[in-house]
Design a protein around this ligand. Structure first.
Ligand code: NAP
Length: 349
């Protein structure tokens, strides 16, 4: 079995930026971009990561509002392009950006396997990586860029109505007939919650944005958009305590509890969209890298992408619970590729 010099796990902006740099350094990177499975669909961990589940990206430098249509047609393979939503002209969309990055990595010779890495062995070197289908890959360096996925509240009633009203991805599910012209609920107070509520307001009769405090965490510009949208009703100081519905109809409403006085109230709703933060995708590491209390990979050297295992680097949201932006993630992917290249060079000499 040939030993790989750089294996990159994940397929968000950190992963593709790492691949572009590693490929241009002639390290022939191999990317495991994730498996296309129902389990990954439900947990939001399909290939191309969280950006593939969002709409407009207005804050990624280099993509101002404008008509990028013909560039997108020329840069992205026809098959992938045909499956994408029409270009919105607001900067670039998340799926467009991810397809461009993937293609750019491919153009420089990156090899891509559409599978998950299910198990790692970092105790031996070369490292052993086992994919979901059982393939074992040996690698001199590994870049972990598996990102994070959306959280759920953990209520039994929420679990019971998953896919029958309950979702953590408005962009994936919001346009389905069951949500059209119906009242919907979004839980959360960050940028994601505001973004999801604004997106859903295009289809829904009304969107109740339920937040547990009396102030949104979202950036000012995003928060203002929600407050100004006549279809969005912000329900302050409430937590969701139960999802209601029936086998025949799926979800039909929610029960809310006032976080200040404990009072309850119910709302009719055909859908519930959770936007309450993220959990890093680190379970497959099975304790072999040092993790924080919140399960993010610990970067052991300031301003570097080193982890607790020499030769294993981490980039993007899997190691970042602070910035979590597409552009910071892409930057850290570049850093990880340079760190891997230098680590290999030091050993070869
Ligand atoms: P976030 O900023 O961590 O916000 C999570 C929200 O969920 C908070 O308002 C939090 O309430 C609430 N929450 C957490 N656990 C909860 C629970 N158990 N019950 C009820 N509410 C709960 O997460 P995010 O909105 O996903 O954003 C993550 C990062 O991505 C941020 O850096 C954000 O700026 C970025 N982002 C940017 C954009 C954009 O610029 N277009 C879009 C999406 C995300 P509290 O406020 O009370 O803690």
């Amino acid at each position: 079995m040939a030993v790989e010099r750089v294996v990159i796990i994940g397929s968000g902006p950190a992963s593709w930026s790492a691949a572009i740099y590693a490929a241009r350094a002639e390290l022939q990177p191999l990317v495991f971009e994730g498996a296309i499975t129902e389990e990954n669909r439900i947990s939001g961990t399909l290939p191309l990561g969280q950006l593939n589940l969002t709409t407009e990206v207005e804050n990624y430098a280099g993509f101002p509002a404008g008509n990028l249509e013909s560039y997108l047609d020329s840069a992205i393979p026809t098959v992938a392009r045909q499956n994408m939503a029409p270009h919105s002209k607001h900067g670039i969309s998340g799926p467009e950006l991810m397809e461009l990055m993937r293609q750019q990595a491919k153009n420089f010779g990156t090899r891509i396997i559409t599978d998950d890495i299910a198990k790692v062995d970092f105790k031996r070197h070369p490292f052993h990586l086992t994919s979901l289908n059982g393939q074992v890959t040996e690698a001199l360096t590994v870049i972990v860029a598996t990102g994070a996925r959306a959280n759920y509240l953990g209520l039994p009633s929420e679990e019971a109505f998953k896919n029958r009203g309950v979702s953590a991805c408005a962009v994936c599910d919001g346009a389905l007939p069951r949500y059209r012209n119906k009242p919907l609920v979004v839980v959360g107070g960050g940028d994601s919650a505001v973004e999801e509520a604004s997106y859903l307001a295009k289809f829904a009769s009304r969107v109740h944005l339920v937040h547990r405090r009396d102030k949104l965490r979202a950036s000012k510009i995003m928060a203002q958009r929600a407050e100004d949208n006549p279809k969005i009703d912000i329900v302050w100081n409430h937590a969701l305590s139960e999802v209601r519905g029936s086998d025949a109809q799926g979800m039909t409403g929610v029960l809310l509890e006032n976080t200040v006085d404990g009072g309850t109230k119910s709302l009719e709703a055909a859908g519930l969209f959770l936007a309450i933060g993220h959990t890093p995708n680190t379970a497959f590491l099975d304790g072999q890298l040092q993790l924080t209390k919140k399960q993010y990979v610990v970067l052991t050297v300031p301003f570097r992408t080193d982890t607790s295992v020499p030769g294993v680097f981490a980039a993007g949201d899997v190691a970042d619970d602070y910035y979590r932006q597409a552009i910071t993630s892409a930057g850290s992917g570049c850093m990880a590729a340079l760190d891997a290249e230098r680590w290999l060079a030091a050993r070869e000499h």
